[in-house]
Structure formats: C-alpha cells, structure tokens
Ligand binder design. Structure first.
Ligand SMILES: Nc1nc2c(c(=O)[nH]1)N[C@H]1C(S)=C(S)[C@@H](COP(=O)(O)OP(=O)(O)OC[C@H]3O[C@@H](n4cnc5c(=O)[nH]c(N)nc54)[C@H](O)[C@@H]3O)O[C@H]1N2
Ligand SMILES: Nc1nc2c(c(=O)[nH]1)N[C@H]1C(S)=C(S)[C@@H](COP(=O)(O)OP(=O)(O)OC[C@H]3O[C@@H](n4cnc5c(=O)[nH]c(N)nc54)[C@H](O)[C@@H]3O)O[C@H]1N2
Ligand SMILES: [Mo]
Length: 799
C-alpha cells in the first residue's frame, strides 16, 4: 500500500504576496544567514563553523558547486546566505535518536511534511524497520551490515539491486561506492545527475568530447558577454553574483534568458563591499529576455541564423577556429538558412527585435561565456538545446580562449566529482579496464539503470533492493505516487543519511537508516583525522576538512559505511581481487592513490590535491582546443526546430526552487526575492491568464496534469499568485509538484525528467469533493490543507 498523503503542517498563516525584488543579497541576506545559523547551532558553533567555510584549510560548502576563488583572493567570509543555511541544516544541535522513532510510527511520520521531517535534526543511531513493522528500532552496525549483505547475496542477480548517489558524496566515498557496486557485479548506479545536468553531459560529450564546462572563474571575470540561461543564481548559486559583479565592473554585458525576472539576474548588492552594504547595487542584466518556457532551442537557432547573416559583412564568426577545429559547419549553416521565423516567435514568445538585440550582443562580443542550469536541462528537447548553444559558441570560437566558454552551472557541491569518480550507470571502457588492472576483478560491462529506469525496475519488481548514498530519492524523483510505490515494494531499502526525509518513510518491507557524518564534522579513522576531496563546477579539485565534533558517537563516515557493507557482502578481500577495504577506510590517502591509478586526469592525485587550493582537472577543449570526439573535431549539429504547443485551456508548468530550500530540504516558507511568503503551495500565473481562465488571484486551484498516454495527475489546493511570467507559462515549487511529472516524460537522449515543461490545466479547487479528485491516484497533497490558506493574496503589478 502506498504511504498516505503527508499533512502540510505549515502554521495556519496566509500566503502573502508582495512585490518581487529587483536586486539580490545585500544586508538582509547576511542577517537571514546569521539568524538561521544561530537558531540551529547557537552562537559559538556558528562562529566556529562559518569562519571555516570555503577557506583553504576549512571545509567545502555543501551548498552549490560554484567554485571558490584562488586561496589568496578569498574573502574572510567566503559564503552566501544559502550556503550558511545549508551549513546550519547540517550543523544543527537538534537530534533524531531512538526515542524519536519510538514516539513516531512510520504511519505517523508519513503524514508529516518534508519541512517537518527535516527540522527534527540529525540522525544519530542506525535504525531498522523490520519486515513490515510499524516503527524503526535501533540496530547495531554489525547487524545492519550483515542484514544488507545477506539480502544482497540472496538476489538472483546483482542487477536486482540499485545503488543511488546524491551529489554531496565526496570523491573518496564515491570512488569506494562504485568500486563496491561493480565488485558486487552491477552498473546500477543511478545518481541525482540523471535528474539534473545529464542532458549537459550527453550534449557536451557528443559535441566537444567531454561532458563538463570549459571555463574557469577568471574566464567569467574576463568575459565581454555573460549569457545566463535557465538559471537563478541569486538563490541557487549566490556566490556567482560576486563573479558577475566583477565581470560587470570590467565592462562585461550580461544577458539573462529566463521566463521570470529573477532578482539575482537583475541586480546585486554585494554584502562584502561597503558599496553593497550601504545599499548601492550593481545592475547585472543589460537585457532580460522573458522567454516562453522551452523556447531556448528556437532562440539559439535564431541567434545562430542572425550571426550567420551578420557575418556576410565579415568579422562576426571565427572562421579560422571553425576550419581548424570543427566539423559540420556547412550543414548547420544550411539548416539555419531555412529557419522558420514564425515558429521561432511562437516557441520563444519573443518578438524579432528582442532576438535581433540579443544576436547583436553576441556579434559585438569577442569573448562570450554561456551559463545554463535546470531551465535548459529539464526539457524534452534539452540535449538538442544544449547542442544548439554549442553551435553558437563554436561559430564564434568561444571555447578554449580566455574570457570565453561553456559554463553549465552544476547543482550539488560534488555532483561533478561523483561522475568523475565513476558514479555512472554507463561504465566507460577505459574506466572499466583501469578498475580491472588496479583491483584484479572484471567489472560488469552491461549498462546499468539510471534514475527513471530504476523507478521502473522497482515498480515492476525486477529490482528488489534499493541503497542510497545520501539524497532523497522519494521526493526528488518524478511521478511521486509511482516512485513512492516503487520504493515501498522493495524488499529492502537502505539509506545512508544525515537527516530524516521522505525516503525513510516510503520504506521498503525492511528498511535501514544508516546515520553518517557530514562535511562539517571531524572524520576520525585509524590513521587520524581524514580529509575528503571534492570537485566544483569548473573542474577544480580540493580537500575539505570538517571542524565540528560529530553529531553523535555512533555516526560513521560514508567511507566507513560503504567499506563495512562491502566487507560484509564480498568478504574482506573479494576472491582473486586486490581490494583492501580496511586499508582504504583507515587512511583515505589509500583511496586517493587508487584514484590516481584509475581515474583519467588524476595522476599524482594525493599530492596534487594536498596543494593549497588543490588543482584543476585537465579539460582538453579548454586547455588546448583539443576535442576528443571520434574525428578529433568539435561537432556542429543540426536539430529540428520544435515548438511545444499545449492544448487549449492548458499551460506549461515549470517546477523550481524557492529561496528557502535546498532541493527537497525545505528550510522555511518564504521565497523572499519573489515576494511570496508564508507557504509553498502556490502557482505563479500571468494576470491575463488568471482572467482568461476565469480564476481569481489568491483563489485555490488544483493543478491537473494530462500526459499523452491519457493518464491524469493532480495536486490540489494551490494558491494563485499573479506573477510576471510569460502568458501560458506557470511556475510552482519542486518537490510539491513532482506528482505531476510523468515518469515517461524525459529528455530525448539523456532520460532526464522534464521537470521544467509539464502540460497542466488549472481547475478551481472544489472544496467539497476531495474524494473525486483523489480518485485520479494517490496524491501526496494533504487532504484538507485548504484551511491553512486563508485568502490574502494581493495582486502585484507587473514590471
Ligand atoms: N539554495 C539552494 N541552492 C541550490 C539548490 C537549492 O535547492 N537551493 N539546488 C542545487 C542544485 S542540485 C541545482 S541543480 C541548482 C539548480 O539551480 P537552478 O537551475 O537555478 O534552479 P531552478 O530553481 O530549478 O531554476 C531554474 C531557472 O530556470 C528558469 N527556467 C525554467 N524554464 C526555463 C526555460 O524553458 N528556459 C529558460 N531560459 N529558463 C527557464 C526558471 O525561471 C528558473 O529561474 O542549484 C543548486 N544550488
Ligand atoms: N520537479 C523537479 N524535480 C527535481 C528537480 C526539479 O528542478 N524539479 N531537480 C532535480 C535535481 S537538479 C536534483 S540534483 C535532485 C536532487 O535529488 P537528491 O540529491 O536526491 O535530493 P536532496 O534533496 O539534495 O537530498 C537531501 C538529503 O540528503 C541527505 N544528506 C545531506 N547531506 C548528506 C551527506 O553529507 N551525506 C549523506 N549520506 N546524506 C546527506 C539528507 O538526508 C537530506 O535529507 O532532484 C531533482 N528533482
Ligand atoms: Mo541538481
């Protein structure tokens, strides 16, 4: 049976709406950060923690993957409001131990909101839910390891187990995890990347021969033009604003491509400069294109076409680069010569003048950096869109030179490192060979399951065990009721976690919670305190050392837990192999030595990573304009232009992050920059659409998703907020609307769920008839949450 719907326990406050902000950060950001830190940690712990955040001898922020400046260039407070919140969540003094689980049955926990679960504090004891029991009860580490081992060994095939990773895991943890999983015999290594930048990895590998961005922080500072597409840096990568401010002060122009006028794109008050503190901000975007959701493929084709036209007079494209380093230019040129402008305007919702102005900005720049994030990657046409971005960059030679390049901005602080370390359902041949040579076993070569395929396999019973190294699979994955049911049908679920979350209460028949150290904590092993290494969005790798005492005496590090599971499952030295789990656990340098032998670009890894500030991994296009594609050239590609049309009466929903959350961890109920506070069950709609659909600002609506196979999905009781979003495009928060994202709706080529383009309609909530709505399927929306939302939405004017 599927877990009942969680109750939304937001206090009975009203959702309040004020004008959205036009600048990000400033002093309020610092105050919010310090208050949140003091609430969770107290004054002393706050000081100890925040002064070590992102410093050369401190720990790496577990917030986003934006890079740190070089050691000498760092400020004394090298963190942001949201980094401080992330730290406070982990370094909190609140605790969840056996008493807590004795007091709360699974049934009870399942009715709590994600916010409530997260606010209970750090997990302190290994806990087990025995076959079908009502409660989690304590279990010893040895018994927990033995239990997992016996279930894994009893499977008909190693492919009946799935091993998920979230992007906070360190390089050392990720490396031993993939080693364990492959020594066990499967490549079922789905990770959060599959829902995040997978489209980027696929598109870039195909076109430039490596799935990572090609810029350094200096390149951003030195650019003539920085383009920011489908990204909300003010909330999700606040330290990026400092880099943008620097670029701006050197004369760069900034182009923001986003359906929403996000505060962090428009302006920035740097709280670390006297100017910013006194309220003087830097205007960031010179041009904001309020693009229709999903219109970016068309936009970049149009920009390409205009650049080709303008180049007729010479000087716009870099023909020398194109000739020396690329393939496919002619086909691309021919394709764009036939561009259908009517469809471009329909897809983008922009007018031709706006697109011409955009193309002129590209044409006038010798050094362009193009940044993107989830607004680009989570669409059906995401891979094609990113390839089109690459076309435009290649045509102007904007790769492998100072001040220019491709800049996918990663999410989780070590998501890029985890992939470098081999967390991937597709094992590259050279990586498999290197594992074999280093450790003396033959790894499986079959392709494993990604996130979407893992949900299917669990749902269909072909996978029976689910292990997660961090993250919150239940809440992060699409099609919530399907995902819940998939996890609950597993024979065993195992979660290596720091905090309680939805995945623990959508438990398999037997379920384990294994509490682990976070990055803020001292990790003491046999050889002494350990550090771990992480890779940021710009391929810089460095060490991180936690300063705080662990949240409890029983906690174990991720490396200790994984090696413990591996020993119990495979024996201390798996037959015929040269794997020494105990030695790696005792001294993580041993893991780094293996990394040096196995992972490309990591020669002399232990030494290089110990240098102050670490080192930067090789990136052939960035370093030497070398493209490791089959023909050794960067590839222009041709993608058909597509227009996402929605049926009459429908709108396109994007699911995004509020300013007060980290993915599925909800910090609070305020989205300060967007002027929305007191609740998260809101849907942002253009005022004319509110009128056109006969709705009321502040009224309650159900979001009803319709998918091409005829299935219908519903979440209920969302408050309508008038917002400056393009007509026909609405926005609501993730994970609340994940039930609307169909499991089968994924990006072509990357299988990334289409979380930014979901076709829905808005239906006024019929307060009486909950049963009828719920008949569409188990919805995780609370029944009766309507009373939490009194009216009180004041429409605000569009800028
Ligand atoms: N504080 C905080 N920091 C975080 C996170 C967090 O939750 N909280 N999450 C981390 C993770 S894992 C990630 S992946 C990143 C996410 O960072 P972002 O990608 O910035 O996150 P989203 O909130 O999903 O925002 C997507 C942006 O894309 C825009 N958008 C939506 N659809 C389209 C479209 O079709 N075209 C264009 N051009 N724009 C579009 C939206 O309006 C929004 O501004 O942040 C990381 N950092
Ligand atoms: N609709 C919709 N769905 C989305 C998205 C979207 O934009 N819209 N975004 C997608 C994206 S970009 C991503 S990255 C995924 C995120 O998916 P996940 O990475 O799976 O989710 P998180 O919310 O980041 O995971 C939070 C949990 O991680 C655990 N944790 C925190 N720190 C540590 C640690 O140091 N070690 C361990 N072992 N555990 C730790 C805590 O228990 C916490 O509850 O969601 C995806 N889902
Ligand atoms: Mo992400």
């Amino acid at each position: 049976m599927t877990t009942p719907a969680p109750q939304d326990d937001v206090p009975a406050t009203q959702v309040e709406v004020g004008p959205p902000k036009t600048t990000a950060a400033g002093v309020p950001a610092v105050l919010v950060a310090l208050n949140r830190s003091r609430e969770q940690m107290g004054v002393v712990r706050t000081a100890r923690t925040l002064t070590r955040l992102n410093q050369a001898h401190g720990f790496d922020c577990m917030g986003c993957a934006w890079p740190d400046p070089r050691p000498g260039d760092r400020s004394r407070a090298e963190f942001c409001e949201n980094g401080a919140k992330a730290v406070a969540e982990e370094a909190t003094v609140r605790r969840v131990g056996p008493d807590f689980f004795a007091a709360h049955s699974l049934q009870d926990l399942a009715t709590r909101s994600d916010y409530w679960l997260g606010q209970q504090g750090r997990l302190t004891h290994p806990m087990v839910r025995r076959d079908g029991a009502d409660h989690y009860t304590p279990i010893s580490w040895d018994e927990a390891f033995a239990l997992v081992a016996s279930r894994l060994r009893a499977l008909g095939s190693p492919d009946e187990a799935v091993f998920y990773t979230s992007g906070r895991a360190s390089n050392e943890a990720a490396f031993v995890y993939q080693l364990f999983v492959r020594a066990f015999g499967t490549n079922n290594l789905p990770d959060c990347s599959n829902m995040c930048h997978e489209s980027t990895s696929v598109a870039l590998a195909e076109t430039i021969g490596i799935g990572k961005g090609s810029v350094s922080l200096d390149d951003v500072h030195q650019a003539d033009l920085v383009v920011i597409c489908g990204q909300n840096p003010g909330t999700n990568h606040p330290r990026m604003l400092t880099a943008l401010e620097k670029a701006k002060q050197r004369g760069a122009r900034i182009l923001a491509v986003n359906p929403l006028p996000e505060a962090g794109l428009l302006g920035f008050r740097n709280p670390q400069t006297p100017r910013g503190v006194s309220g003087v901000g830097t205007t960031l975007a010179d041009l904001h294109l309020p693009i229709r959701t999903n219109g970016d493929l068309a936009l970049f084709q149009a920009v390409g076409a205009l650049l080709l036209d303008a180049d007729a007079a010479g000087g716009v494209l870099d023909h020398d680069f194109v000739e020396r380093h690329t393939e496919g230019f002619e086909a691309w040129r021919k394709h764009l010569a036939e561009l259908d402008w009517d469809r471009v305007l329909e897809a983008t919702g922009l007018d031709r003048a706006q697109i011409e102005q955009t193309a002129a900005m590209f044409a006038g720049s010798r050094r362009t950096v193009i940044c993107w994030a989830m607004g680009i990657t989570q669409h059906r046409n995401a891979v094609a869109t990113i390839k089109e971005i690459v076309n435009v960059a290649l045509a102007q030679g904007n790769i492998g030179k100072p001040g220019a390049g491709l800049c996918p901005v990663r999410g989780h602080s070590n998501v890029q490192g985890d992939r470098t370390m081999g967390i991937w359902e597709k094992l590259p041949t050279h990586f498999g060979d290197a594992l074999r040579d280093e450790f003396g076993f033959e790894p499986p070569r079959r392709r494993g399951l990604d996130v979407v395929d893992s949900v299917r396999a669990l749902r269909d019973g072909s996978a029976k065990v689910f292990v997660a190294l961090g993250g919150n699979f239940a809440a992060a994955a699409p099609d919530t009721p399907v995902t819940y049911a998939a996890l609950e049908s597993a024979d065993l679920t195992v979660h290596v976690s720091t905090k309680l979350n939805r995945s623990h209460v959508t438990a398999g028949r037997t379920s384990l919670i294994l509490p682990t150290l976070g990055r803020t904590e001292v990790d003491l092993q046999e050889s002494g305190p350990q550090s771990v290494s992480v890779e940021d969005s710009m391929s810089a790798v460095h060490l991180s050392h936690g300063p705080l005492d662990p949240a409890g005496p029983l906690l174990r590090s991720e490396v200790a837990i994984i090696t413990g599971l591996a020993e119990a499952t495979l024996g201390s030295a798996p037959e015929g192999s040269r794997i020494d789990w105990a030695a790696m656990r005792a001294d993580y340098r041993r893991i780094r030595e293996h990394i040096a032998h196995v992972v490309p670009g990591c020669e002399a890894y232990p030494e290089k990573v110990e240098q102050p500030g670490g080192f930067v991994l090789p990136h052939p296009p960035r370093d030497s304009r070398t493209f490791e594609t089959p023909d050794g050239r960067a590839q222009f590609t041709v993608s058909p232009l597509d227009v996402l049309r929605v049926p009459d009466g429908h709108v396109l929903l994007q699911s995004l992050r509020s300013h007060d959350q980290f993915n599925t961890t909800v910090y609070g109920h305020d989205d300060r920059y967007r002027g929305i506070s007191g609740g998260r069950d809101v849907v942002m709609v253009h005022p004319d659409d509110i009128t056109a659909f006969g709705l009321e600002a502040g009224g309650l609506v159900d979001l009803v998703g319709t998918w091409e196979d005829g299935s219908v999905r519903v979440v209920r009781g969302f408050r309508v907020v008038p917002y400056d979003t393009p007509r026909g495009c609405v926005a609501a928060y993730y994970p609340e609307v994940n039930p609307l994202v169909p499991l089968d709706s994924t990006a072509v080529g990357s299988n990334c769920p289409t979380s930014k383009s979901v076709v829905i309609r808005l239906a006024p909530t019929a307060s009486a008839d909950h049963a009828a709505v719920r008949a569409f399927g188990p919805s995780p929306r609370p029944v009766g949450s309507d009373d939490h939302h009194k009216s009180g939405v004041q429409p605000h004017h569009l800028s």
